[in-house]
Every structure is written in C-alpha cells, then in structure tokens.
Design a protein around this ligand. Structure first.
Ligand SMILES: NC(=O)c1ccc[n+]([C@@H]2O[C@H](COP(=O)([O-])OP(=O)(O)OC[C@H]3O[C@@H](n4cnc5c(N)ncnc54)[C@H](O)[C@@H]3O)[C@@H](O)[C@H]2O)c1
Length: 201
C-alpha cells in the first residue's frame, strides 16, 4: 500500500516507521522541511490518486482541518484519524464533514482496544470473575509528561491532559466489562468505577 502520513511528529513518525517496516510505501506531509511535502495541497494529483490510505497525526486542534484537506483531494479516502478525533467544539462539524463525504471511511485510532496485552488481561479477568465476581475496577495511568509538555506536546486547553488518557482508560474498561455493564457505566452521571491518575514527577 501507499500511505500518506500528515503530521510526522512523535506519533506520525511511529506510523511512518511501522508502515515502512511492514513493507508499505509512505508519503509524508509536515510543515517541517524533511517531509516530502509541507502541505496536503502540495501533493500532486497523480500521487493523490495512488494513495491507498491516509493517517492524520497533526496536533488535535488541526485534525478537522487536515481531514477536510484530505477529503477535498480524495473524497473516498480511507483515513486513520489519531485520537482525540477533534476538539469538543468541533464534534458537530466532524459529523457534518463525514456526512458530506459518504464514500470516505474514517477510523479513529484506538490502540488499547487492539492491544494483545489488554486482550489477554480482559480474558484473564473474565475467566477469574466467573468464580470471583468483579466488585470494583480501578484503572491508573502514570506517565511522566514533563519533557513532553516542555516540547509542546499534550498542551491542550480543550481536553487537558486527562482527555488524552481517559480515551485509553475507557478502551480498557470496555474490554474488561460486558457490553451491558459498559453501557450502564457510560450512562452513569457520577462514574464510580474508573480513577484517573496522571502524574507529573
Ligand atoms: N494513538 C495514541 O495513543 C496517541 C498517542 C499520542 C498522541 N496521539 C495523537 O497524535 C496526534 C499528534 O500527536 P504527537 O504527539 O505526535 O504531536 P507532535 O507535536 O509530536 O507532532 C505533530 C506534528 O504535526 C506537524 N504539523 C503541525 N501543523 C501541521 C500542518 N498544518 N500540516 C502538516 N503537519 C503539521 C508538526 O510539525 C509535528 O511534526 C495528536 O492528536 C495526539 O493526540 C495519539
């Protein structure tokens, strides 16, 4: 496949490395000079026609803008959108954009939902809970983000730091619980199951 990665920072760089290691060709777009192109608008039509999939890994506040740039060039694009999909105030605009391009397919990246480690943990929890029912679940994420924040990563005044980890914690919870229990949890006005600990050392 030929995959275009828009935003080749920490995560976009991982996508580029993983895709190349898996034998795929990449087209990189970043305002930094080492990328193939500095803007989606610069990618020639002939190359756009050869791109099988796109990855949006620009900063979150640019996701909708980047996605729209892609769909303007390729209305049936296959897009992996990094999470969080968009900032909260743009959720309605994202829905409108998706309705505007019905042939496009956009998937939000959800690494923990596809993690083999989480899958095995969930299997063990389910097995053990057959004889020892779940009474409480606590999910803790502890990460040192000092250097990230100093470099401008995860500085998000819309979601804040917790917004980034909460998505992953919910993905894990969804794997651990039965679908009915997970839906009930989401519908609970005062969630009582999950804790968020994001540490700054
Ligand atoms: N899936 C995950 O677990 C996971 C983990 C961390 C981050 N993310 C998400 O990935 C996204 C990127 O995060 P990051 O940590 O890699 O950020 P980063 O700051 O390291 O990289 C962003 C890149 O986008 C480039 N960029 C900025 N504006 C651009 C534009 N207009 N056009 C093209 N490129 C542009 C920057 O030059 C930079 O290289 C964020 O949405 C973040 O939430 C996902």
């Amino acid at each position: 496949m030929r995959v275009a990665i828009i935003g080749v920072g920490r995560i976009g760089g991982l996508h580029v490395g993983n895709l190349r290691a898996a034998g795929h060709r990449t087209v990189t777009v970043d305002r930094r000079s080492e990328a193939d192109f500095r803007d989606v608008r610069e990618v020639p039509d002939t190359l756009v026609a050869q791109i099988d999939a796109w990855v949006v890994s620009t900063p979150t506040r640019l996701h909708l803008h980047t996605l729209r740039q892609i769909l303007t060039r390729a209305s049936a694009a296959r897009v992996l959108l990094e999470k969080p999909a968009v900032i909260p105030s743009e959720l309605a605009a994202l829905a409108r954009t998706l309705a505007e391009y019905p042939d496009a397919r956009v998937v939000v990246n959800n690494v923990y939902a596809n993690s083999s480690a989480v899958h095995r943990l969930a299997g063990a929890v389910r097995r053990l809970s057959a004889t020892d029912p779940i009474r409480r679940i606590t999910i803790e994420f502890t990460k040192n983000r000092l250097s990230d924040v100093a470099a401008g990563r995860f500085v998000d005044t819309d979601y804040g730091e917790v917004g980034y980890e909460w998505f992953h914690m919910l993905a894990i919870l969804q794997k651990l619980l039965d679908p009915e229990d997970y839906s009930a949890y989401l519908a609970t006005p005062r969630p009582g199951i999950t804790s968020v600990y994001v540490s700054y050392w």
